[in-house]
Design a protein around this ligand. Sequence first.
Ligand code: NDP
Length: 240
Amino acid sequence: MARVAVVTGGTRGIGKAIAVALKKAGYKVAANYGSDDGAAEQFQNETGIAVFKFNVGDFQSCQDGIARIEAELGPVEVLVNNAGITRDTTMHRMSFEQWNAVIQTNLSSCFNMSKAVIEGMRERRFGRIVNIGSINGQAGQYGQVNYAAAKSGIHGFTKALAQEGAARGVTVNAVAPGYVDTDMVRAVPADVLEKIVARIPVGRLGKAEDIARTVLFLVADDADFITGSTLSVNGGQHMY
Ligand code: NDP
């Protein structure tokens, strides 16, 4: 039977590529999104993948969202915590709202979503959780204390939950992308982006598919000895 996989923020960018790759590999996929109904509808028409709108930063919404997904598709065996936002500015300009939005959406979401599926995974003695971190959580970044804190939090969350799940067949890993060509990075001013690309040894931005193939590798049934690891996919920009 096809395994059920949930991808948060699965209707655009990196999440979309992950959802599509999982479907191609035979998984039954649910793609979550937060607010952009137009993009979600287009995604659903294009891919035939079911979409589920709920806010991953809200605990109860995740409980309800997973209940809806499980009623429609079956028990969740693969969870990809991908949804994320940026609210970039320097610390002295950053408001509490900018800090909090990023922490809730990027980090608390990992707790909210994992909490909603972990018991079932433990009972069935199989689970795959992949959290999307970031090069900027590994190395820090000017203007991103909120984002870097959330992403480096993800790396710690991954290692701790991996230890808890190991004896129960639940693996937990992180992928740390470098700069990937999505809406998030297209929002960066062109001159800044040019300087960023100049620092990437392979000489290009990442493609969403570069991240998707890494996730596919980590969620495979026979990847059961890989847990608590962070795979950097960044064109050699930062080796950690
Ligand atoms: P995009 O901005 O292209 O897409 C973000 C996705 O997350 C959208 O589907 C969006 O939904 C969803 N989302 C945002 N907030 C919420 C929420 N509160 N609840 C549910 N869904 C939400 O981002 P990317 O594809 O670029 O990034 C994906 C992940 O990869 C993020 O975690 C990001 O931090 C990380 N990353 C990205 C890098 C890059 O260079 N692009 C580099 C390193 C890490 P909606 O369409 O409704 O807005």
